[in-house]
Structures are given as structure tokens and as C-alpha cells.
Design a protein around this ligand. Structure first.
Ligand code: 5GP
Ligand code: ZN
Length: 137
């Protein structure tokens, strides 16, 4: 399989590695949104976060938590956005699951996740939606 991030993990493509363990691998984003922008990925190729089971998810986010603390420690950033662009419409450009750690700085000009898209549902719609999701568990 020709996957850029698999090739980075295998050492065929260079990266600025910041962390590696049995399950996860992390490096600096080559086009950083902010100083310290890091991506964390499962070593085993998987395209979508929605295909991951709970065990794999726990492993990945345990690493994300550890790495984020170190990135913040080094950069001194007073805030951070942590998230996944999952799927083409969400802006995923590399089809190997990865979690972005984006340190945020005072007056950096960026927005929050609320600025990604906008919607204005009424209370009834929210109630129906919540009930539908709740009922699936
Ligand atoms: P996505 O857009 O899929 O959420 O995130 C992919 C990220 O990978 C982007 O932020 C992009 O800058 C980064 N990226 C793309 N190619 C490379 C590369 O060759 N090396 C590194 N370190 N990052 C890359
Ligand atoms: Zn891959």
C-alpha cells in the first residue's frame, strides 16, 4: 500500500519525529499551522477513525495526551486544539488516521473549532437528534 504516513513510520520518508512507542508514532507537521504543530498516528495503517475499536482508540489518545503535555511544555503555548480531520469533507488529506496537536498562542489570529462550520438548529431538532443518538447505545 502506498501510504505517505506508513512510509514515514517505516523510515522511507524523513520526518521530524517527536515520539514513538509500540502503537503510536508522532512527528512535526511539515506545513505547521502553529509552532509545535504535531501529528500523532497509530502505527498500524487504518484510514478512518470510525474503523478503530475502543482499545486502539484508547492507546492512540493515551499517546496524544502524553505528547500534548510535552509539546506544551516545550512551546509554552497557553492553549491547544486537538482534533482529527476525518473524511474528505472534513478536510482529511492523508488517509491514515492522525490526531493534530496544534498549540495556540495569544493573538495568533486563529479561531476555535466553532468556526469550522455553522448551523442554527431549533430546540426541537436538537431534542430529536439527541434522542436518536442516545437510543443507539
Ligand atoms: P489532514 O489534512 O489529513 O488532516 O492532515 C495531514 C497533515 O499532514 C497536514 O497537516 C500536512 O501538512 C501534513 N503533511 C503532509 N505531508 C507531510 C509530510 O510529508 N511530512 C509531514 N511531516 N507532514 C506532512
Ligand atoms: Zn498508512
Amino acid at each position: 500500500m502506498d501510504c505517505l504516513f506508513c512510509r514515514i513510520i517505516d523510515g522511507e520518508v524523513a520526518s521530524h519525529k517527536v515520539y514513538e512507542d509500540e502503537h503510536a508514532y508522532a512527528f512535526l507537521d511539515i506545513y505547521p499551522t502553529s509552532r509545535g504543530h504535531t501529528v500523532v498516528l497509530p502505527k498500524k495503517h487504518i484510514a478512518s477513525f470510525l474503523e478503530m475499536n475502543e482499545e486502539k482508540t484508547a492507546e492512540l489518545f493515551t499517546s496524544v495526551n502524553r505528547i500534548a503535555k510535552k509539546v506544551i511544555g516545550v512551546t509554552g503555548a497557553p492553549g491547544v486544539n486537538i482534533g482529527i480531520n476525518n473524511g474528505l469533507v472534513a478536510g482529511q488529506t492523508v488517509p491514515h488516521v492522525h490526531v493534530h496537536i496544534i498549540p495556540r498562542y495569544e493573538n495568533d489570529g486563529g479561531g476555535s473549532m466553532h468556526t469550522i462550520v455553522d448551523s442554527n438548529p431549533d430546540r426541537e431538532e436538537l431534542e430529536q437528534l439527541a434522542a436518536s443518538i442516545y437510543s443507539r447505545f
